[in-house]
Ligand binder design. Structure first.
Ligand code: ATP
Length: 354
């Protein structure tokens, strides 16, 4: 059992309300990602779980037990930070072994544990090197190995891949998922990178300005964002949002367009709404009768696809198209909207409507 739960966490630093009532339930053995932009309160949440932050209010529960007042060491959690903090004069082996030596484990226990995690992270051949002889990615693996070596109750990871180049980051995402699966341990992982969050998490908590906006599986957060902010933060290219209102069987856009009213919406006539559509649910090919007239603004070739910016009045749509698509700025386009996959948000509250 290794559940982590926080309830009603509040913490301010001077005028800044870093946490404004954060509650999270991390199930045993899950890969739980806390996702949010810079300053959202992710690190403060993690530090609160670790016992490194004195809270203004709220509680931390580990395995169902109130651990709010416990010392960091008594919590038995391992933390991995974005800066690796390895001992520079020690070899990778000694760095990895250090938490076990501190616990006075025997040499044979240490050797067995270091061998196990080195195998897991594919760093066996690096064990005799010192940090200065390792690349950034290798140092990160050694730091991870040091955290993994001692089977703590849970792992807390604060943007551990940030300092790696893109290729290594992508590789390490796969590695971490694999390691998580093979250990079956509870991971609480903080990141501002939504691709990282969506690709690795079992559950994602989306944080903004010290408040939890939504908790769900990556699919839930992407497919059913709780509000316009989550819809805008999760997903690349960014979701397009168009001001409109419902009128009988039509949606009428503030920019003068009309679309059939989606079957699923309960919005009453006249209520100010935002229609949210992801780039993959818009198309410049003619399909069905739900289309918007616009003008090609820019093309962004991305290798496997091209993103077309289409201007509709003063609003901009991002449309995912085949990589071979061509066009010239100013050209008129009809954009087909897959209304079954679109979202409606209340324009005032930002909340999603069903
Ligand atoms: P990032 O992704 O940039 O690391 P974050 O989501 O982890 O951001 P936190 O580091 O938790 O955000 O910070 C939340 C807010 O609290 C920020 O506005 C930050 O400036 C402030 N803050 C955090 N720690 C302190 C501190 N020790 N003193 C003063 N302000 C702080």
């Amino acid at each position: 059992m290794a559940t982590v739960a926080v309830h009603g966490l509040r913490k301010s630093f001077g005028d800044v309300q870093a946490l404004d009532g954060v509650s999270l339930d991390v199930p045993d053995g899950s890969f739980f990602v806390v996702l949010g932009p810079s300053g959202a309160g992710k690190t403060t949440t993690l530090r609160a779980i670790a016992g490194l932050e004195k809270l203004d209010a709220g509680s931390v529960h580990l395995d169902g037990r109130d651990a709010t007042g416990d010392d960091p060491a008594a919590r038995d959690l391992a933390m991995v930070f974005q800066n690796y903090a390895l001992y520079p004069r020690h070899t990778a082996y000694e760095n990895i072994a250090s938490p076990l030596r501190a616990r006075r484990c025997s040499s044979s226990e240490v050797a067995a544990a270091v061998e196990r995690v080195s195998g897991l992270l594919h760093i066996e051949r690096l064990l005799q090197r010192r940090p200065a002889q390792l690349s950034g990615g290798e140092m990160q693996r050694v730091a991870l190995a040091r955290a993994l070596v001692r089977s703590p109750r849970a792992f807390l990871m604060d943007e551990p891949l940030t300092n790696l180049d893109l290729k290594l980051r992508v590789e390490m995402r796969t590695e971490l998922t694999r390691i998580h699966r093979s250990l079956g341990a509870t991971f609480v992982y903080v990141t501002n990178d939504q691709v990282e969050a969506l690709s690795m998490a079992d559950q994602v908590a989306v944080l903004k300005e010290g408040t939890v906006q939504q908790v769900g599986t990556p699919t839930e957060v992407y497919e059913r964002p709780a509000n316009r902010w989550v819809a805008g933060f999760v997903g690349s290219p960014r979701i397009s949002l168009l001001a409109c209102h419902a009128e009988g069987d039509r949606l009428v856009g503030a920019q003068g367009w009309t679309l059939p009213r989606p079957r699923w919406t309960t919005a009453e006539d006249g209520r100010q709404l935002l229609l949210g559509v992801r780039a993959e649910d818009l198309s410049v090919e003619q399909r069905g009768n739900a289309s918007l007239a616009g003008e090609l603004y820019a093309l962004e070739p991305l290798g496997d696809r091209t993103v077309i910016d289409v201007r509709v009045g003063t609003e901009m749509l991002k449309v995912k198209a085949r990589p071979t698509v061509t066009g010239t700025p100013g050209e008129r386009l009809l954009v087909t909207v897959d209304l079954d996959r679109a979202h409606l948000f209340d324009a005032d509250t930002g909340l999603a409507l069903s």
